[in-house]
Design a protein around this ligand. Sequence first.
Ligand code: CUA
Length: 310
Amino acid sequence: MSGLTTHPGQDVLTPHSHAALDVANLFWWMMGVSFGGLALVVGMLVWSRVRRGSALSERATWLVVVGMGVVFPLVVVTALFVVSDALIINVTDAPASSSTALTIRAVGHDWFWEFRYPGTAADTADEMHMPVDTPVNLVATTDDVIHSFWVPELNRKIDTIPGQSNRIELYADRVGVYRGQCAEFCGVQHAHMSMLVVVQTKAAFARWLQHEAAPAVASPDAQGASVFLEAGCASCHAIRGTNATGYFGPDLTHVGSRKWLAGLVLPNTPSDLARWIASPQQIKPGNEMPDLPLAHAQLHALVSYLESLK
Ligand code: CUA
């Protein structure tokens, strides 16, 4: 991750793609027109105060009420609707998937994001990688309830609906780390369902994908590996290349190389990982991971094993 921006952005008004620029421009247009309307209303209030006592003719009153109260708002609101629908929603719609160079599947879970790279075995969580200057066909689905995939600096939101796949194009004009967030209330830990989108040069991304698709590196920590298999971790988590093939929780094949854990709730340090394994229900109440009673030595071995899975 060296050389990448260290402060991930999650700012709708700092666009890094054509689509995000359109969304930001729409915001400024809406804002400008709204302030224009507000100025007009305040102006008329002031005017009525200044001209108090001098009555308008009946015809002038009618013109003001119908013109400013009906015709003007109708025209403005219709114009804004047409602009946002025709120019923004259509433009930010996903293009034909054949026109994009790469497909990535984002799967919403209570409460983390899983990322798969069709055609490879790569399966990761919390951290999505993609190449710079490359249109990516992002297919969003869910494993449980409705979530919404949103990386504000790259494009608008796309909901994940049970039994359905929704698509959006993700594109980034700059290498860096962007922050994303689930944007649809999905349960008590909805606010803790964030992700990072790591945009890399094409060569760095190709290396990352090749590594991510490969099975786990052989770990010298045999004790930690057997704790993982025997304490119950393996019934929910997979570590490709081992006997652990669970699928309820995140795939942990290369968990040691991730920056964050648990939907960006904790940085991936040995002490935070140990805290997380020891008491996930205190750190993120309601999540699917049970508190596992482990002896100190077991926990220590487990953490060093997982952190070695780079
Ligand atoms: Cu997932 Cu909100």
